[in-house]
Design a protein. Structure first.
Length: 218
């Protein structure tokens, strides 16, 4: 049994130790083809998953019909500087171009795919691309809540035959500053309620739920 350690940063903050991730999510003894299947009623056009060019930064965009999120999650070499959430629906109306808290981001839609550029406070502008998620896979942007803060998880899976992989984190801000914990997925298939289960180091005996950030049904 192999577990993934997935990490990242939430909400316009950087952290000291998280998002040491992008490790493949492996199947438990029950396998990825359990009783619960990914919900095919999700419109694939509602979530996009991709990469920032020449980097270990993942990107995901979710459009839930009024609830919109754009999430950049840095990997081992960049999580402290290249991870950020953007959730302002007006700001993220496609095509978009904005500058916020030292970041400059733009994006356009071409033939169903999203692409653009992103410039952080510490890195020059780089191209990013994101493809529509396949409704028969787990690919997408997931979010949830836990005592550690807000959980964010990007799952990448190009086809049902490929193993999924992920980057994400749980983050909160308190009087001591920004605190980020690694996220450990413990289930590889969506439940009937379209949920994934994760654990965090601060509560290893508890399971926390993350759900697709875009849950529009046909």
């Amino acid at each position: 049994m192999v577990q993934t350690l997935v990490s990242g940063i939430f909400a316009r903050m950087s952290s000291s130790k998280a998002c040491a991730c992008a490790v493949a999510l492996a199947c438990f003894s029950s396998g990825c083809s359990g009783d619960a299947e990914p919900d095919a009623t999700r419109q694939s056009s509602q979530m996009w998953v991709g990469q920032v060019q020449d980097s270990d930064v993942k990107v995901a965009f979710a459009d839930g019909g009024g609830s919109v999120a754009l999430f950049f999650c840095g990997g081992d070499s960049s999580y402290t500087t290249d991870t950020r959430w953007f959730t302002d629906a007006a700001m993220l109306s496609i095509p978009f171009s904005f500058r916020e808290s030292g970041w400059s981001v733009d994006g356009v839609m071409k033939k169903g795919s999203l692409s653009g550029t992103v410039q952080t406070e510490t890195a020059a502008a780089r191209a990013w691309t994101a493809e529509p998620s396949d409704p028969q896979t787990l690919a997408g942007l997931y979010s949830g809540e836990a005592p550690c803060g807000k959980i964010g998880l990007i799952v990448s899976q190009a086809s049902p035959d490929e193993e999924p992989s992920g980057q994400g984190a749980c983050l909160r801000v308190d009087s001591s500053g920004t605190i980020v914990e690694q996220v450990n997925p413990v289930r590889l298939e969506l439940s009937a309620a379209r949920e994934l289960q994760v654990t965090v180091p601060s509560a290893p005996d508890e399971l926390f739920t993350v759900r697709p950030a875009a849950s529009v049904r046909q």
